[in-house]
Design a protein around this ligand. Structure first.
Ligand code: DHE
Length: 518
């Protein structure tokens, strides 16, 4: 009996010792990480360390980053100071949800705004190149953007961006300024004529993308954290409005994406957590919303409600399930959105404010990178699928599936230009990630598969203003942008770049060139 008491005591002591010795991720974070990533984990000189930002990182990659640091950044390795158990404890701490949703209102945003004291606006471009044929290359490898002359392909400037840029940068309507957004919610303004940064502001804590108002006065930022839309004045990056986003029943919703609808003079928002689409007018006189929209609910019917009037008036359009990732027809009368649960595409008519059609689109369609063109006298659109090696071609008159083109793997981006008979479709994952399909826009047949760097990811195409050249990324740390002649499909130049992702031609973007995603 005495022997048992003694052994229980020993066990209790051992357990207490083990509990004492268990590494405490929060303490290690406070000691070693907080000086760069902030006590709040919302980011400082280093990026935010919250599940919204790093949740998708594989656990082994996160542990390796803590142990070995990150090349070409200020992130050091901690393997000499932390045991594998310590590293696991910090990793668990930074991937745990924040205890409460941080406040990020106008005051907090304004406090982050910094305009560059050295910025001097040029009266004319400081270079000889055609300012309308400038192409920007986002280099995610070391968080820079290269400014390319679209004729000679010379690099005119290479400027630092905030950490982890996502989505397409957005140009002012005259093509002079560009706005870039990072996943941490930073927005940077850059003057292409002067080749200088103008300033930055943190519009959200975790953001998705940005959209420019048709008059160029406002930039909308779609946020996941907090659930809001931030609208900035483009002139000086001050806050024009912060709109908390919630459904008609008060449920807060993250904003998956915001789009510019130029013909409607509005922003259109995809809401992640509630079955609604929002339209926010950028027309000071009240926007495109018809008078007297009804406030009644009928099962399965979509609904349009006018809730305010004047600049930034908001209209809710009820849909059957949350839709993310939109593609618009040329007049911005209809949008097609992806319903992830049902694996369907849903067509919503923005004029009448309701769903008008649906079509089967299994395999995670990536509507945001859809493109459209004219075939047999009417518009068709093409959309890649993130989970399957195929591209869906949809007739935009009757919303029928015209054809499914089988490719050698799931693709991410499509691009074309009115100056070429083909569209270009990449393969982003799998054994064929080095292949680029060249597809005839009329016959819908694959006419060539380019394999410029076997074994490496080859993705995302952008055309020059005249469509004579296509720029393609070798999406690797030690990567490149390859320039192809679009008639001969031969490589004409290779520019070394650090993990180049998207490329954006000023002219194609500001004219809403048909072959480019918006
Ligand atoms: Fe993107 C654009 C959503 C993951 C690189 N991506 C977009 C857009 C949306 C979107 C809604 C259109 C916004 C715009 O340009 O204004 N992306 C999503 C996702 O939901 C998804 C699948 C998951 C996520 O984590 O957000 C996703 N995207 C990625 C990546 O993993 C990519 C390949 C690498 C990265 O940088 O994060 C990536 N997305 C891009 C790029 C664009 C983009 C380069 C702009 C394409 C363009 O040509 O305009």
């Amino acid at each position: 009996m005495i022997r048992h008491i003694v052994s229980f005591e020993i066990l209790a002591l051992a357990l207490a010792g083990a509990a004492l010795a268990a590494p405490d991720g929060a303490t290690i974070y406070a000691d070693l990480c907080a000086s760069c990533h902030a006590e709040s984990r919302l980011g400082g000189t280093g990026p935010a360390l919250i599940p919204e930002t790093i949740g998708k990182l594989k656990p082994e990659k996160l542990a390796a980053t803590i142990a070995d640091g990150r090349a070409m950044t200020q992130m050091p390795g901690f393997a000499d100071r932390l045991s594998p158990e310590d590293i696991a404890a910090v990793a668990a701490h930074v991937t745990a949800p924040l205890r409460s949703t941080p406040v990020w209102s106008e005051a907090e945003i304004a406090a982050t705004r910094r305009m560059d004291a050295d910025y001097r606006p040029a009266v004319a471009p400081v270079f000889k190149a055609d300012p309308m044929n400038i192409t920007l290359v986002v280099e995610t490898g070391d968080h820079h953007i290269s400014v390319l002359d679209g004729d000679s392909f010379a690099v005119l400037d290479r400027f630092a961006t905030p950490y982890a840029v996502h989505g397409g940068p957005k140009f002012s309507p005259d093509g002079r300024f560009v706005f870039v957004m990072s996943r941490d919610g930073w927005v940077e303004k850059y003057d292409i004529w002067s080749l200088q940064e103008v300033g930055r502001v943190r519009a959200g804590l975790n953001s998705r993308n940005i959209a420019m108002s048709p008059d160029g006065k406002y930039l909308a930022v779609a946020n996941y954290l907090p659930s809001s839309l931030t609208i900035l004045n483009t002139a000086d990056l001050t806050v024009a409005r912060v709109m908390p986003v919630d459904g008609a029943d008060g449920t807060p919703s993250r904003v998956s994406a915001v789009y510019q609808a130029p013909d409607r003079n509005s922003f259109v928002l995809a809401l992640k957590d509630v079955p609604e689409i929002w339209e926010v007018t950028t027309d000071p006189d009240g926007g495109p919303f018809p008078e007297g929209f009804v406030h009644s609910y009928e099962a399965g019917m979509a609904e349009a409600l006018v809730t305010q009037k004047g600049l930034f008036a908001r209209r809710r359009i009820q849909v059957s399930a949350p839709l993310d990732d939109f593609f618009f027809d040329s007049g911005y009368h209809n949008l097609i959105g992806a319903n992830r649960q049902g694996e369907t595409g849903v067509v919503v008519n923005l004029d009448v404010g309701r769903e008008i059609a649906s079509l089967p689109l299994p395999g995670m369609p990536h509507l945001g990178s859809g493109i459209s063109w004219t075939r047999d006298g009417h518009s068709v659109m093409a959309v890649p699928h993130l989970n399957e090696g195929r591209i869906s071609i949809i007739d935009m008159k009757d919303w029928q599936l015209v054809k499914t083109i089988e490719t050698s793997g799931p693709g991410f981006f499509l691009r074309s230009h009115e100056g070429t008979p083909y569209f270009w479709a990449d393969v982003f994952t799998g054994p064929h990630k080095g292949e680029m399909h060249i597809i005839d826009k009329q016959s819908l047949e694959i006419v060539r598969v380019l394999k410029p760097e076997p074994g490496k990811t080859v993705a995302h195409t952008e055309f020059t203003r005249d469509g004579r050249h296509a720029l393609v990324s070798i999406w690797e740390d030690d990567g490149a942008v390859i320039v192809f002649d679009t008639a001969t499909l031969q490589e004409v130049k290779r520019l070394p770049m650090r993990k180049p992702s998207g490329k954006y031609n000023v002219w194609n973007k500001i004219t809403f060139e048909d072959g480019t995603s918006h």
